[in-house]
Design a protein around this ligand. Structure first.
Ligand SMILES: NC(=O)C[C@H](N)C(=O)O
Length: 483
């Protein structure tokens, strides 16, 4: 059953070839079998899952089923799920049972989907390898010595190993696209404001965006359909109609103008990755696309700007974890200051502390203009680069990361080298534009990812382009050995 894509499972459920209870039990068994090694789930919720599966079967029997009814999914552990631990990968929230449901997970409940559990992630989504999780590193099913990417590494590993049909992720600086690239998945970061952030534990609020991680563009379209849309509870949610993302999947690519940003194909790009992207370019040309070189001249400023803006917002967002209202509280505090200090010192891991310090420094009086304000100006330049590029081309094609997945432990002692793995993904977050990652090949058994970036609200077009590529390639159909 797990060989089937979400779209195929959806058909099988509605034709009653399988029941949601059978399917859910099957995935729960697989989680038991494989997740001891992979560590892709922080919490598995079998009782809730089976209860939802029974309800889904009843809906199907009553003829009241949508495409996601009865489909077993997993959610990144930063979406609040009522009555279920929502840890954000941190000791700080190890004991936090969310009292309410995030808008995204509520939409999946309304669609009749099943939640198998909550997936592992870098602590507070800070990381690109899933090694900063309080619950331990996640292993990449393509090679368990390697990372699955991050911060949505648990979702990536779970979908790649077929331990759920699809999953949610969030992308602040590449956290959906980079792990999708490292695990041969299709992952979509929507336009900022397309998917509600309500009930998503905030990291960098002006960049965070939830999105789907699945086996194909077709599956992502079904997932995004449920996730996208205006939400009055999120002040940055955009009131814009949601198109039918599946309707345009088969549109032709004739005349599509693809831009290759010169800055993304320079030093630091691994040669096997460059070759795979070149081959994909040829495939797109064969499908009728025109390809030309473009420039995103301020791309090299993206990492330094991001690593000021994201920590600045994080230092502010994470000030709510004070040991008073929720989360970890130290034992026997001497006074209020001691309570704050020790609760935070004990609850947060090293990377989170590093970013709180960087962010607090960048925002402090006297340095604000030099760092935060400068970074915001760079952000505007990067946004302008994209706007100018989209006057010449319809979409931008580039790798998701400079190399395939690296080894667990390889970069952990060198934060800057880890930050550099986000070099191709971060610009889209700073500009707020959407991007889709999809598999473009393999090197030494490890997946190579490419991404397509489009103008604001071009998700339907990105899904269409990715789907057309997937009609003419089979990278996305491959399964890691043993799964
Ligand atoms: N959250 C993300 O999108 C990941 C990014 N690597 C970061 O650490 O900020």
């Amino acid at each position: 059953m797990h060989e089937k894509t979400l779209a195929e499972l959806s058909q099988a459920l509605r034709s009653k070839a399988i029941s949601s209870v059978e399917l859910t039990e099957h995935y729960l068994k697989r989680i038991e079998q494989f997740d001891g090694t992979l560590n892709s789930y922080i919490s598995v919720t079998p009782e809730l899952a089976l209860q939802q599966a029974r309800a889904a079967d009843a809906r199907i029997a009553a003829g009241d089923a949508g495409p996601l009814t009865g489909i077993p999914l997993a959610h990144k552990d930063l979406f609040c799920t009522r009555g279920v631990r929502t840890s954000c990968g941190s000791k700080m929230l190890d004991n936090f049972i969310a009292p309410y449901e995030s808008s995204v997970t509520q939409r999946f409940i309304d669609a009749g989907a099943v939640m198998l559990g909550k997936t592992n992630m870098d602590e507070f989504a800070m990381g690109s390898s899933n090694e900063s999780s309080f619950y331990g590193a996640v292993r990449n099913p393509w090679n368990t010595e390697h990372v699955p990417g991050g911060s949505s590494g648990g979702s990536a590993a779970a979908v790649a190993a077929r331990l759920c049909a699809a999953a949610t992720g969030t992308d602040t600086g590449g956290s959906i696209r980079q792990p999708a690239g490292f695990t041969a998945l299709t992952g979509l970061k929507p336009t900022y404001g397309r998917v509600s952030r309500w009930g998503m534990i905030a990291y960098a609020s002006s960049l965070d965006q939830g999105g789907p991680m699945a086996r194909s563009a077709e599956d992502c379209a079904l997932m995004l359909q449920a996730m996208a849309g205006f939400d009055a509870k999120d002040s940055t949610s955009v009131e814009q109609p949601v198109p039918d993302y599946s309707a345009s999947l088969n549109d032709s690519l004739k005349g599509l103008r693809i831009g290759l940003p010169r800055e993304y194909f320079g030093a630091g790009l691994d040669s096997a990755t460059a070759e795979a992207i070149q081959a994909a370019v040829q495939q797109f040309q064969a499908l009728g696309a025109e390809v030309r070189e473009i420039s995103l001249p301020n791309a090299e400023l993206a990492i330094p700007a991001y690593y000021v803006i994201a920590p600045a917002e994080a230092s502010s967002n994470l000030s709510r974890f004070d040991g008073v209202r929720f989360g970890h509280r130290c034992d026997n505090p001497a006074d209020l200051t001691d309570l704050y200090k020790r609760s935070r010192a004990e609850g947060f891991g090293a990377e989170v502390k590093r970013r709180i310090m960087v962010g607090a420094y960048a925002l402090s009086a006297g340095y604000y203009d030099a760092y935060y304000l400068q970074a915001q100006k760079i952000r505007r330049l990067i946004k302008n680069d994209f706007i100018a590029a989209y006057e010449q081309v319809d979409v931008i094609l580039c790798p998701t990361a400079p190399t395939p997945a690296f080894r667990i432990g390889e970069k952990i002692d060198d934060p800057v080298s880890l930050y550099l793995t986000d070099i191709y993904t971060i610009t889209a977050n700073l500009a707020g534009v959407p991007g889709i990652a999809l598999p473009a090949g393999f090197a030494n058994g490890l997946p190579i990812g490419m991404q397509l970036l489009g103008p604001y609200f071009s998700e339907a077009r990105l899904l269409n382009i990715a789907h057309q590529y997937q009609q003419h390639s089979d990278w996305h159909t491959r399964t890691p050995d043993g799964y």
